[in-house]
Design a binder for this molecule. Structure first.
Ligand SMILES: [Zn+2]
Ligand SMILES: [Zn+2]
Length: 319
């Protein structure tokens, strides 16, 4: 392969499709670090005194987040929380032990927990109970898993004195989520997704996504270069029941064949368009109501939170 288009010294190992450059390992890592820093600074994602909980799924994205955050924030103020979903054939013990030793090398404290340990039901158990009680799937595994993970990260960060939760969502994830909510016409959700959006409850810890402008192929490449040798198997629930997200992912692939930087442009434009709305919403002094069952914050106008609704209404189990 040719020499790196940036430094012109080392051998290029990756073709960065949105810039048209061929980069060596060093220049790719430096470029990714600078793009993370740019987002972090642009939106004041990380302040010097922040204590940050990193949500670790065992996948490549959270691994890359773990690898880059200590370069921009002291590792003594970073903490890792690995969450096992409880999905047969998906969670791999060796991935978690690799992540654990990486945390150790990076000087980051980390612990492992599971959805079952904290919330009584693993994803598999929730799904099989649901089929038994309802004879059908009303709530997808992805919905349950997403709500459960968010709940666990928020409660853990809050109770351990951390003021931010960082997750490994990459550019592809963010564009898909923006598109899904545009298609649904859910303006409130779009506003909440924006990095400038503030939380309206002292019980909610602010969430940040430092990798939001890094392509999925870039996180995959970096993870591989760093020795993360785990095959990214698709979650069995997605394979079984493709979601709107899977379809949107396919559509974006088609669009990027014509314009390789379409996702970056889309994210920047939607960010810009939403900004005035986000600033207006941030001035509202609404304080989110608390769930009458578990006491956690819930959306305005709701009496019970999404999580209790899933457990209580779907399974008729008092949580
Ligand atoms: Zn180079
Ligand atoms: Zn609740």
């Amino acid at each position: 392969m040719a020499l790196c288009s940036k430094c012109g010294k080392r051998e290029a190992i990756v073709y960065q499709k949105h810039t048209g450059m061929k980069l060596c390992k060093n220049c790719l890592f430096e470029d990714v670090k600078q793009r993370i820093l740019e987002q972090v600074k642009k939106y004041d994602m990380i302040l010097p005194e922040d204590r940050i909980l990193i949500g670790i799924s065992g996948g490549k994205d959270s691994y890359v987040l773990l690898r880059f955050l200590p370069e921009i924030h002291p590792s003594s103020r970073l903490f890792g929380l690995m969450i096992e979903e409880g999905i047969k054939g998906y969670n791999r013990a060796e991935t978690f032990s690799f992540v654990k030793s990486s945390c150790h090398e990076l000087g980051i404290d980390c612990v492992i927990t599971s959805i079952k340990e904290v919330l009584k039901y693993s994803v598999d158990e929730f799904m099989s109970l649901q089929i038994k009680r309802c004879n059908s799937i009303k709530i997808s595994a992805c919905t349950f898993c997403g709500i459960a993970r968010r709940r666990i990260l928020n409660v853990y960060a809050r109770s351990h004195g951390m003021n931010k939760v960082a997750t490994g969502h990459n550019l592809d994830d963010e564009v898909q989520t923006y598109l899904i909510n545009i298609l649904r016409g859910d303006i409130m959700r779009l506003i909440q997704l924006h990095p400038l959006s503030i939380v309206h409850s002292p019980l909610l810890v602010k969430r940040i996504k430092p990798l939001r402008t890094i392509y999925e192929y870039e996180t995959a490449f970096i993870a591989y270069m760093e020795g993360f040798r785990f095959q990214e198997t698709e979650c069995p629930y997605i394979v079984e029941r493709p979601t709107l997200r899977t379809k949107i992912r396919e559509l974006i692939k088609e669009i990027e064949r014509i314009d390789p930087s379409a996702q970056l442009k889309f994210l920047n434009e939607v960010d810009k368009a939403l900004e005035p709305l986000v600033k207006m919403r941030n001035m509202d002094s609404v304080n989110l109501p608390r769930c009458s069952q578990c006491g956690e914050p819930t959306a305005p106008g709701r009496n019970i939170c999404k999580f209790c609704e899933l457990i209580d209404n779907v399974l008729n189990i008092q949580y």
